[in-house]
Design a protein around this ligand. Structure first.
Ligand SMILES: Cc1ncc(COP(=O)(O)O)c(C=O)c1O
Length: 557
């Protein structure tokens, strides 16, 4: 019988009992007694019903045991090994605004709303992150059918699934060890999926060859980007690797650079010119950086996050030429390659432009480009699927890359299967084609409509200016913050745009990310908002932002 139960019985049976032995201060006994307090409560109830004379003593004993355990904890607890002072300073330096303080606050407000605490709004609208499904977007049926079949192959006998989805699923399963998504794949990814990725790239790039051996399936694009950066960073002092990133940037880059203790080298996008990338600015940034580090990586995000611009072919050529001239390793983040809304813009992959620039370029420039299941029309962020294509990599570095990837075994195989459907969707003549195209176009048309709506509505608000949203999923409007508000922000020890976004959240329930989380020119202020909410909700959000902004300007005039 449990020690406490025995003691409790004794106490109940004998009113003269001196109580449990933990009174003598023995730590082990007291700790065991504390562990049994829950059981003790059951006994207490029984004693109460029986009006047991030992009850009082038992209650006293319970509180004595609790008190002695607290003292023991005080005496025995040692200093933590892992503290803010002793932790990895590179990890401490990491910041990721997209899920930063504003999002924590949004979580707190949601909890308060659930508890029934009254607010000037009834729900928090999380327009802070590019998560389409979280905003109600429905999955692409064919993708989910294939993943479902791969996950539960018994469904392959079901008449509810179209034959083309079954064909895809069988092929993926055959590529998986043991015909199961539940087994590890090769570290570089399932072979047949890498073949499908290579075939997709060739189609996309008008026949420019792609070698499956250069394809690495990844845990979302984030994992590919972080892995390549890890291999690239070396040296100390002035030889430390400098990584050139756009400002504003997607904070995965600054976070990975901090974590690797590399040097962040900023180049600014030209807001006055629709966030275009100007090679003169790249040159300025590179030349300045050479004084304090060894800049050897140039990151490009196209279409841009948070800025939504789509680079022209000419601009891409200039960038490639610059990278070739300055011997920079190019990282082309192309996760929004399907998200182009402006009719004047077209997606050009860095790989294609590189090939078209001729052998001097395509045999020399080292390029890693990234794609993902998370964005586009599918928005399957949760599957953590992605790939990178790396070209002109030194053969020995290829070996090092595979070694590094193999330490983490493999990316999620379900994510690899999802990636396969992104690169190998139904084609004309297949049973699922019509539905697939309808769903895909519906999502993309809807996003295009919302991109235009957002730009137009923001530009009607005095003190807000929004560049055209040519691509991706975000607006990054510039906001005028009056000097009185800047002072108020200082008094709250907040960046002015964080102060603005906090107030927006607290007064309207709309959660957006301050521009300072992405970087912006000194003295300019922005926020990033996704255009993913359904149209009617987006209209409400934009109206609320408008009203808030006008009131904010009045308050701090
Ligand atoms: C520009 C950019 N690159 C990479 C990522 C990471 O995507 P994934 O979910 O594939 O890791 C994102 C996500 O928002 C992004 O916007």
């Amino acid at each position: 019988m449990h020690r406490f139960a025995v003691l409790a019985k004794q106490t109940a049976a004998s009113p003269g009992c001196k109580g449990p032995p933990c009174r003598n201060g023995r730590r082990d006994v007291a700790l065991r007694c504390i562990a049994s307090l829950v059981k003790g409560k059951q006994h207490q109830q029984r004693f109460t019903q029986r009006t047991c004379p030992g009850r009082e003593r038992l209650v006293r004993w319970n509180s004595a045991a609790k008190a002695s355990a607290v003292k023991i904890n005080e005496k025995t607890s040692r200093e933590k090994i892992l503290t803010l002072e002793s932790m990895n300073p590179q990890v401490k330096a990491v910041e990721y605004a997209v899920r930063g303080p504003i999002v924590l606050k949004a979580g707190e407000i949601e909890k308060e709303l659930r508890k029934g605490i009254k607010k000037p709004f009834t729900e928090v609208i999380k327009a802070n992150i590019g998560d389409a499904h979280a905003m109600g977007q429905q999955p692409i049926t064919f993708l989910r059918q294939v993943v479902a079949l791969c996950t539960y192959p018994n469904l392959l006998d079901s008449p509810s699934f179209p034959e083309d989805s079954k064909k895809r699923a069988r092929r993926i399963l055959q590529g998986c060890g043991g015909n199961s998504l539940g087994s590890y794949s090769a570290s570089q990814g399932v072979n047949c999926i890498r073949e499908d990725v290579a075939a997709y790239i060739e189609r996309r790039d008008g026949g420019v060859p792609a070698d499956p051996d250069n394809i690495y399936l990844t845990t979302g694009a984030s994992d590919g980007i972080a892995t390549i950066l890890k291999i690239l960073v070396s040296g100390g002092g002035k030889s430390r690797t400098g990584v050139m990133i756009p400002i504003p940037q997607y904070p995965l880059y600054s976070a990975a650079i901090s974590e690797l203790d590399a040097i962040q080298v900023n180049y600014y996008l030209d807001e006055e010119n629709c966030w275009a990338l100007d090679v003169n600015e790249l040159r300025r940034s590179l030349n300045e950086a050479k004084a304090y580090c060894n800049p050897k990586v140039l990151c490009i995000i196209n279409p841009g996050n948070p800025t939504g611009q789509v680079q022209s072919r000419k601009c891409i050529e200039d960038v490639i030429h610059f990278a070739w001239e300055e011997q920079l390793f190019l990282l082309a983040d192309e996760v929004y390659q399907d998200n182009i809304y402006s009719e004047e813009c077209q997606f050009h992959s860095f790989k294609k432009v590189l090939y078209e620039m001729g052998p001097e370029y395509y045999s020399n420039v080292e390029l890693a480009s990234f794609h993902s299941t998370s964005k586009g029309y599918m928005g399957e962020c949760g599957y953590r699927g992605g790939y990178m294509e790396v070209i002109n990599l030194h053969p020995e570095i290829k070996g090092q890359l595979v070694k590094l990837l193999s330490v983490r075994l493999c990316p999620p195989v379900s994510g690899q299967a999802a990636m396969d459907i992104v690169v190998n969707p139904p084609v004309p003549g297949e049973e699922s084609y019509a539905q697939f195209i309808k769903e895909k176009e519906s999502v993309l048309d809807n996003l295009a409509q919302k991109a235009k709506l957002t730009e137009d509505m923001f530009n009607k608000v005095p003190g807000i200016h929004c560049n055209p949203l040519q691509g991706a999923m975000y607006a990054f409007p510039r906001i005028f913050i009056p000097s009185k508000a800047i002072e108020a922000a200082k008094a709250h020890k907040m960046a002015p745009d964080l102060f603005y976004c906090m107030k927006l959240l607290e007064e309207t329930g709309i959660c957006v990310v301050p521009g300072s989380g992405f970087g912006q020119r000194e003295g300019s202020y922005h926020f990033r908002m996704t255009i993913l909410p359904p149209v009617e909700k987006l209209k409400i959000v934009l109206e609320k932002v408008k009203d808030f902004h006008i009131q904010f300007l009045e308050e701090y005039a």
